[in-house]
Design a protein around this ligand. Structure first.
Ligand SMILES: C[S@@+](CC[C@H](N)C(=O)[O-])C[C@H]1O[C@@H](n2cnc3c(N)ncnc32)[C@H](O)[C@@H]1O
Length: 274
């Protein structure tokens, strides 16, 4: 694909962005040449790039669907939502719970500019352009307050986003701040890029590529597990122990097949706020 979309206000098409790189890898059209080149530099180190992106998107959708269909969660906050893609969160959860509400949050102005697909939920969805490092302004945003009832359980989706937050900004405290604002019985679904078990050359190139954006911080399984502190972690599939795992395993029907090489780029899980 070589055509590029119009450049919306506030968007710098000369610097890659995580939202646009991910969109390109998933086969979308909301990206520029600089994003495609960034993605191809990573793919040159590993043919598993597209598999890794789709494994993550699959985890996001399975977790959201499980919360809606299995737990009757009727309201969702999707932080670091990314650009519209196939199977947007409101489409997935409204299949199970018609009228379920979804607030999308992303800091990239490209998401705001192309958010019309997110806003096709007949008033049940909203888009907030904000940095997750400012939880108070997000949680108090009128668009969020209009759709989210904090007395009722919420499905909080933080997939493939916290590895864009440096240790200095304390992503663990940020995740805890969002979860802490939610009612008991709420759920957190979280995925995060790791370096464990991956080729050092792939990790180094990934880190170099994302330095052109605002950086990426792959973390260990133990560090990723800490995002679930104080929560009740669920087993990834029936018969498994509650654990943070490679995310292809979570909710997979044939878990032996689901643990692909792209799944090994990630750890994550789903947990309940007691
Ligand atoms: C790889 S995409 C993940 C999209 C989606 N959550 C998924 O898992 O399919 C990461 C998204 O997080 C957003 N993001 C990165 N840092 C952020 C921050 N500090 N605040 C809000 N959004 C952020 C990016 O703009 C991008 O759209």
């Amino acid at each position: 694909m070589s055509e590029s979309p119009l450049v919306p206000p506030g968007v710098d098409p000369t610097r890659p962005s995580p939202a646009r790189i991910y969109d390109y890898v998933l086969g979308g059209t909301y990206n520029f040449q600089v994003d495609r080149e960034a993605a191809e530099r990573i793919r040159a180190q590993s043919p598993d790039l597209a598999d890794a992106a789709w494994v993550n998107r699959g985890f996001h959708q399975r977790a959201a669907r499980w919360m809606a269909a299995g737990q009757q969660i009727r309201q969702f906050i999707d932080i670091g939502s990314g650009l519209p893609t196939q199977g947007n969160t409101h489409g997935v959860v409204q299949e199970a719970v018609p009228g379920a509400r979804v607030v999308y949050v992303d800091k990239d102005p490209m998401v705001r500019a192309y958010a019309s697909e997110f806003l096709s939920g007949n008033g049940t969805t909203a888009v907030i352009t904000a940095d997750l490092c400012e939880p108070d302004s997000i949680l108090k945003a009128p668009a969020l307050q209009a759709l989210i009832d904090f007395d009722q359980p919420v499905g909080l989706l933080m997939t493939a986003v916290l590895h864009f937050v440096a240790d200095d900004a304390d992503p663990w405290a940020l995740a805890a701040r969002y979860v802490g604002a939610l009612a008991p019985g709420s759920y957190l679904a979280l995925s995060h890029v790791t370096y464990e078990g991956l080729s050092p050359r792939l990790v180094e190139e990934g880190v170099r590529v994302y330095q052109q954006a605002d950086g990426v911080y792959p973390r260990s399984r133990e560090q990723i597990g800490r995002f679930f502190s104080g929560l009740e972690l669920l087993p990834p599939y029936p018969g498994a122990e509650p654990a943070v795992t490679h995310i292809g395993l979570w909710g997979a029907e044939a878990h032996e097949l689901a643990d692909s090489d792209g799944s090994h780029w990630w750890f994550g899980g789903v947990a309940r706020r007691p």
